[in-house]
Design a protein around this ligand. Sequence first.
Ligand code: HC0
Ligand code: SF4
Length: 579
Amino acid sequence: MIGYINGKKVEFNADDTVLNVAKKTGHFIPTLCEMADIRHVPGACRVCLVDIKRKNDSHHQIVTSCTTPMEEGMSVLTRTSAVRAKQRLQVEMLLADHNQDCATCIRHGNCELQDVAQFVGLQKTRYHYPHFYLERTQDSSSTAIERDMSKCIRCFRCVTVCREIQGADVLVIKEKGLATEISVRDQLPLGDSDCVSCGQCILVCPVGALAEKDDTEKVIDYLYDPEVVTVFQFAPALRVALGEEFHMPPGANVEGQIITGLKNLGADVVLDTNFTADLVIMEEGTELLSRLRENGCLPMFTSCCPGWVNYAEKNYPELRPHISTTRSPQQCFGVIAKTYLAEKMNVDQKRMRVISIMPCTAKKEEAQRPEFIQDGIPDVDVVLTTREFARLLKREGTKLPELEPSAFDNIYMGEYTGAAAIFGTTGGVMEAALRTVHKKITGLELGPIEMEAVRGLEHVREATIDMGEGNPTVRVAVAHSLKGARQVVEAVQNGEADYHFVEVMACPGGCMGGGGQPRSKHAYQSSWQARQAALYNIDREAPVRQSHNNPLIIKLYDDFLGKPYSHKSHDLLHTSYRD
Ligand code: HC0
Ligand code: SF4
């Protein structure tokens, strides 16, 4: 079909809206609520106004382009003075009851409302009604997420992502008209609700209404305290996404720049969560073997994703014995740093502060669990998300792309394998575990080492692994997003699936798509493929690709832990789950 946008001929399909056709043909129309990759078109913000004239009709009409079907012969104008004036008025109305504390807003400089105000040429606002927005909810009850409804523009993207993508369905729309507010189901504070702290709602919020709890001040305090020894760990998925905050392409590996940036900030020791990802494989792999050999509780589910653990505890308490008791790599890192590393470095653990940088908001909550605090000393003291870390670097004047990369220099915990690197993507923990489990069962390294069956982005993927003659075939599944998690759990509970081992990551894509990662304006998943490809590339290029072959993990067991699943390992590296 043929129509016209700004006088140019455009081709389109029968089910296209004016907005779709404009996007496909490179004509920009501002929007604040629409988000194509979560199929969210509520027609709520009313900023995407255009002038249309139908074939054989001399009347011009101003309509919202997201809700108007494109028609044969239709002529669309996007920038007439009447369109611009109406868009300006609409943005002015959105700002009238919006808390305009922009200079101090966490989203300053990355706010879609600011962008649209600039695009429509709004230079001052005539209306400002604080009595409306000041009555709206400010909710700090969650350990991970802040809700400030005085900044909400009611685009409803968060409701859609929580309901349709995650299936958690925690956020709801309350009231109507001017009183409309995004609320938490049953009017609960977020911290008392079924929210699992995954942070996916933050990734789609166009303004500063949803954000992680900001802990950067605590980190600066530790960095500038001469009594404190700071030990930083950063997560597998951080290095392939942080660059986006500094205008680098998604998937750029900035591991070396992160190390330099942290050293420049005054970090005493910079290490990698990947080291303890290898350690987790040793413990979790041995745990799986013991469950397989001793008729233990199967299937075993992975435990490293705190969003998933929260979800299972809240929704499927009967699953608790199925969840691996192995702590996550973040928590194993904290405890090994404050015991083994403190001993090796001759540092009093009371002076040590472990600071994590994670692509995840739920890791903040995980670090504060009482199970992970011994005698008032937490294993992990502070968790920053990727976005907070970017803010910290920017505040201190760091230009990440200009930094010379450095290498890890710690001789006790400073090496990782390719298996650990792929933890950052859905399927990676499973692939890493199978490399080690295969070696333990058969005595041979798994080949081919790259397990295509567990790679990819389908919500649930299954595989069977031949463990050699005389050994049972191992059946596994990988799920990502909470919807995927529910699908797998229900299949297991209904007797439709019979797995030995299941990996679950709460965030779509796994940690690379974590709720603490850099967000893209107007898009939800635009960086995933590049981030995932970069993680697989790190594995491909790694000199050692199996966790059991990490020489510093072998030394850790020789010098300190004994063997995997030993008493000492149990005390330090395993946990239990809540009723
Ligand atoms: Fe992940 Fe992790 S892989 S949860 O996604 O297992 O956050 O990147 O750090 O702990 O290693 C996040 C990422 C981690 C942990 C690791 C696991
Ligand atoms: Fe929903 Fe996750 Fe946001 Fe909680 S953090 S409200 S579960 S999307």
